[in-house]
Design a protein around this ligand. Sequence first.
Ligand code: HEM
Length: 188
Amino acid sequence: MTREEMIAQLGPLGPLAGIWEGGKGGDVAPSDDRGIERNAYRERLVLEPIGLVENHEQKLHGLRYATTAWRLGEADPFHEEVGYWLWDAAAGQIMRCFMVPRGVVVMAGGTVEPGARHFRLAAEVGSATFGICSNPFLDREFRTERYELAVTLNTDDSLTYEEHTWLKIKGQEKLLDHSDTNTLRRVG
Ligand code: HEM
């Protein structure tokens, strides 16, 4: 399959294929004293079509992705993810399974129409399908309870995302809304 043919099979995920960058990221994260800190960041996101994936009767079309984020003015990244976006046309489902190198894996899913320009995915700890696993330290001290992502494909070849990673910090009653938002422009 050519790259164009692979993109045509990706349904609502087709427009994601490419390289994206944005410098107006906004992050709210746990601070050193387990309060909150705010970080401005830049980000580079690469999504490459991988074609058809078959699980017996289930046919998925996917993109391999990697994103890297840097605090503004810093040379070393402070966040990254690698994973896959998947489209299941028969079920009308999109999925994103990815890893954060802190030792967290997320399998998030949502339902969407083929031509949608806006989609939402979610995952919840303890779910056998759209779930989350944290390493033993994080499970004890900063457990990711829920993950929510909304992506909008804008009309000017940019995309905007807003994500909420709900953290249960040991000893704190309320969940911390570790949130991230950015607008990325296609650069390739
Ligand atoms: C653009 C997206 C993200 C950025 C920029 C980001 C950034 C950060 C920052 C700055 C911290 C505070 C600790 C530190 O200074 O390193 C943090 C903590 C944390 N993040 Fe993220 N994060 C992002 C997405 C995620 C996602 C998607 C997950 C998991 C699903 C996640 C899980 C965690 C956890 C469990 C902690 C607590 C550990 C700690 O505070 O040391 N983050 N993140």
